[in-house]
Design a binder for this molecule. Sequence first.
Ligand SMILES: [Zn+2]
Ligand SMILES: [Zn+2]
Length: 258
Amino acid sequence: MKLVSREGWGARASRGSTRLSSTRGVKVHYTGSRVDPRLATDHARCDDAVRGIQRSHMDGNGWNDIGYSMVCCPHGYVYVGRGPHRLPAANGAGLNSGHYAVLGLVGSSGLTEPTDAMLDGIRDAIDYLRREGGAGKEIKGHRDGYATDCPGKALYAWVREGAPRPGGGSSAPAPSRSVGRVPAWPGRLLTQPPVMRGGDVRTWQARMRERGWRIAADGAYGPESESVCRAFQAEKGLAADGVVGPLTWRAAWEAPVT
Ligand SMILES: [Zn+2]
Ligand SMILES: [Zn+2]
């Protein structure tokens, strides 16, 4: 699960919250407005989008915080909104204590089709809210019990299917969905640290931060590290042979970063 903490996406402080011990389940949402289609291929825009929703909920609607419990981007990242054990605000008056609110970052125009990664992210968010927030078994759409088109045709059809994990587990094959081509190196966000040892990693990360890059997974050396490292090198023309090592990374931080 690719969880993005409130600190991770630069959330403003909540103005207050009401504690929830448990819910009957989760309701799935879309934004109900246009979502910039450039999000599909540029994860660097997702943090901005989440901050924009929080801003409009706090400054426009006058709410205490972003209305959603969790937000899932097209790249499978799961952002903590109000989070577990906090009353959401997105389901409609009187309906918030019954279900947590999970947003799939698609809208009524622009970007409207959830990617498989987003559906996996929504499932991750549901599992997380069950584990951490006492969410019950129900998975519904905003329109269940409230007059709205939310969560839109595509997400609602998926909710009605029982919100299956894409391509996995169930006997019925998952419907094919359009998946945006997601670059391994999305914008200026590094989701995995490079494959390196000891102090070199910290030095490299510090230098990249000075140059305006963000590193989402500090110090975790997962299997994706090497591919991200190579993608970066390829993009910057640093190592045609794909060799990963301290010398190459020294070249990386000394090279101009555009
Ligand atoms: Zn909704
Ligand atoms: Zn994203």
